[in-house]
Design a protein around this ligand. Structure first.
Ligand SMILES: [Zn+2]
Length: 281
């Protein structure tokens, strides 16, 4: 990998640091990643101000910015204390779970915050029903169209139909953003046996994700680093930059466009979510 051309801070907008921020940020740093945004599903989850403040005080080897849960205990029932939490986080996500209650989605969008939407059903269901990702994204888009407030960002887009749907929504002028992960533009399910959520797609899906990256439908690339208890080596820090750089080697992205996906766009998304957070942590 021509590492020397990556002369800007790499931002990974979607990681899970579990209950060990020092260990996992060290791994990020060693993999060439400078800033990570971490989801709320540690144990217990980051769903209240006290917990989030404590998390911010933990030692880290690279800049690490928290996301709060949308609902208390990630249970999908009751919103967290959004107003008091929002100065300390990038945004809100029930990643690890899928927020089914669209009423709660409406409520939190109205508070004008960034939502990092996890729209994939659990792995076992997703393998059998790959269409569900698109269906869930569609539902969220419909709610967002009605509310017209807040920022909506879709996590790990992996399917051809989802790319198409987001492309059309953006053409209509909807201000949504989305990301994919290296495994979705690199491997088909026939090529790699691994348990990642959403599951790997078919050849058509891989091609569509690459096209989505090239034409700007997909804004950012993230790792979805998800260590133990899962064995998801491919959704990791170490493979992140080499696989991203593969896009340049394949001619899918120029160096400049890769910089958009792993630095400029994630930075913009973070700053839209919370204009001050890059300064405080
Ligand atoms: Zn995740």
């Amino acid at each position: 990998m021509k590492k020397k051309k990556i002369n800007y801070p790499v931002i990974d907008l979607h990681t899970h640091l579990r209950n060990d921020i020092p260990k996992h940020t060290k791994e990020a740093k060693e993999a060439g990643i400078d800033i990570v945004v971490y989801m709320a599903n540690c144990n217990p989850p980051n769903d209240n101000l006290e917990k989030i403040k404590a998390s911010l005080k933990e030692k880290r080897y690279c800049k690490a910015l928290p996301v709060s849960a949308i609902t208390k205990g990630l249970k999908g029932k009751e919103l967290v204390e959004v107003e008091e939490i929002k100065p300390y986080v990038v945004g809100f996500s029930d990643d690890g779970k899928y927020l089914e209650d669209l009423g709660l989605l409406k409520q939190i969008l109205k508070k004008d915050v960034l939502i990092l939407a996890h729209c994939s059903p659990p792995f076992e269901i997703g393998v059998k029903r790959p269409d569900l990702e698109t269906k869930f994204v569609k539902r969220y888009i419909e709610v967002f169209e009605r509310i017209k407030k807040g920022n909506l960002h879709f996590q790990h887009i992996s399917r051809k139909e989802t790319v198409k749907l987001i492309r059309e929504a953006k053409k209509k002028g909807l201000k949504i953003t989305c990301e994919t992960c290296p495994h979705y533009f690199t491997f088909t399910r026939e090529e790699l046996e691994t348990k990642v959520n959403p599951p790997l797609g078919e050849k058509d899906d891989v091609i569509a994700v690459r096209e989505g990256l090239a034409d700007g439908t997909i804004d950012a690339i993230t790792s979805d680093y998800a260590p133990l208890p899962r064995k998801t080596g491919i959704a990791g820090f170490r493979a992140f930059l080499p696989l991203c750089y593969g896009l340049v080697m394949m001619g899918v992205l120029t160096e400049r466009k890769l910089k958009e996906k792993i630095y400029l766009a994630p930075k913009k998304i973070i700053e839209k979510g919370n204009p001050n957070i890059l300064k405080i942590s």
